[in-house]
Design a protein around this ligand. Structure first.
Ligand SMILES: Cc1cc2nc3c(=O)[nH]c(=O)nc-3n(C[C@H](O)[C@H](O)[C@H](O)COP(=O)(O)OP(=O)(O)OC[C@H]3O[C@@H](n4cnc5c(N)ncnc54)[C@H](O)[C@@H]3O)c2cc1C
Length: 412
């Protein structure tokens, strides 16, 4: 079989790697680099993800892939400390003592929040898809807990759409993230960063004969039907099967019909290198004060500083439509003011913007999880059921593996 894959992100690479050898596979990637949202900036000393990334101890599909690629020894488990930037002050929120000291929630609020978090994994998610996280939390825990605790999290992940996000998304996320020790959550990372995985995966796929075309956006897709059978023409090249890993918007724009209309949001992530740490050793700071970013993610308060020799910080924000053209300047100037950073202390900055950074998990989202049944078309991406209610590295690997199994079980 000739199989064409649109997208050389993680899902496309996993599918290409697993199918090559048994099939003739071609991956089409728009950008000059592979990895999609998991791609990295590289310099002479190190590589760093364009968008901050870590993984969780329950990510078994990722662990299996790392084992298959002989990368298990590169896994490192690190403490993911958290805090909030509220009223111009950093409030550490990692240890139980720090949480007890947090002045924006009463003692009773904290007990209720703790109990709620412990119960989260036992809740039935089906009815929670129909109501907003806001409605659900306010009815269960009241306005104060919502505003002080949940709203900043929702705003940092969904920007102006925070109020419409489903309770199913929020509760599932709380359940995943409630696996915390007293020193904070243990999060996985790779020595050398995720570029190690993307490089090893793409080399392994190429060694099996997969052709990977970078810098090659798919601009035309045509369905071919003839008495001899059906297939696809991708950028003028003929294939028996097509695997789409890009957003539903891109698939629809390419002329593929029957794709569910799943709303997506964009992400803008600015990376700054600094001469000192400004986050008091905290990895993840939710910024609750008004700012053009929702979180300050200090990568070098997570991965060892010695790997990089400079302090690396991400400023993250999500948007719908198109981002503010002056976003980079606004982010930098706001950050320097809030964290008392002299512009001289900023060694370099870069911004990564992706319009299709993930689905918006609004109420009713689960109705979108119906796969179109178009012969010869397979879909694996952030909109796949494996990525509900949270898109992730794990979800895209699982979605790609499912598609591969589907193709192999058809004995083409
Ligand atoms: C800010 C941010 C932080 C994240 N942090 C984490 C985290 O900590 N842990 C975690 O598990 N997950 C995280 N994720 C999610 C994770 O990055 C994604 O779920 C995963 O990388 C998606 O892989 P994918 O292959 O499905 O999609 P993508 O990475 O989007 O791949 C799609 C590919 O298709 C290409 N493409 C688009 N259009 C075309 C075209 N016309 N022709 C050819 N190619 C095209 C794109 O360039 C891209 O390479 C994060 C995401 C973001 C945005």
């Amino acid at each position: 079989m000739r199989i064409g894959i649109i997208g050389g992100g993680l899902a496309g690479l996993v599918a290409g790697y697993a199918l090559a050898g048994n099939h003739e596979v071609v991956i089409f990637e728009r950008e000059s680099d592979l990895g999609g949202l998991l791609s990295s900036y590289r310099n002479e000393r190190y590589s760093i993800e364009r968008f901050y990334h870590h993984f969780f101890s329950g990510d078994t599909a990722l662990m299996n892939l790392l084992e298959e690629l002989d990368l298990t020894n590169d896994i490192i488990w690190l403490s993911g400390s958290t805090g909030s930037f509220t009223d111009g002050v950093i409030h550490p929120l990692t240890t139980p003592m720090e949480i007890l000291r947090y002045q924006y929630l009463s003692f009773i609020d904290k007990i209720r929040l703790g109990m709620f978090t412990m119960q989260a994994s036992g809740l039935d998610m089906t009815p929670l898809d129909a109501i907003t996280a806001r409605e659900f939390i306010v009815s269960r825990l009241g306005e104060r807990i919502y505003h002080s605790f949940f709203e900043p999290l929702l705003k940092s992940k969904f920007g102006q759409n925070a109020d419409q996000v489903s309770a199913a998304w929020l509760i599932s996320r709380v359940a995943i993230r409630s696996n915390r020790g007293v020193e904070g959550e243990r999060l996985g990372y790779l020595k050398g960063g995720f570029s190690v995985l993307i490089d090893r995966l793409s080399s392994a796929a190429s060694e099996r004969g997969c052709r990977i075309n970078t810098g090659t956006p798919v601009t035309s897709v045509t369905r071919i039907t003839s008495p001899k059978g059906s297939g696809w023409e991708i950028n003028g090249e003929c294939f028996d099967l097509l695997i789409g890993t890009v957003s539903p918007r891109i698939l629809t724009d390419l002329g593929i019909s029957g794709i569910p209309d799943i709303p997506y949001q964009g992400a803008a992530c600015m990376t700054l290198a600094l001469s000192r740490d400004v986050a008091q050793g905290i990895y993840w700071l939710n910024v609750t004060d008004p700012a053009p970013y929702g979180a300050v993610v200090s990568h070098t308060n997570f991965a060892p500083f010695e790997w990089y020799g400079e302090h690396l910080v991400y400023l993250a924000s999500y948007f719908t439509g198109t981002p503010d053209p002056a976003l980079q300047e606004k982010m930098l100037s706001d950050f320097c003011t809030k964290f008392s950073v002299d512009p001289q202390e900023v060694l370099w900055t870069r911004i990564a913007i992706d319009r299709d950074a993930g689905p918006l998990y609004l109420t009713g989202y689960k109705h979108n999880l119906i796969e179109p049944s178009i012969p010869g078309l397979y879909l694996a991406g952030m909109f796949s059921p494996e990525n509900y209610p949270e898109r992730s590295i794990e979800g895209s690997i699982k979605a790609a593996r499912r598609v591969v199994e589907g193709i192999q079980s058809c004995e083409y």
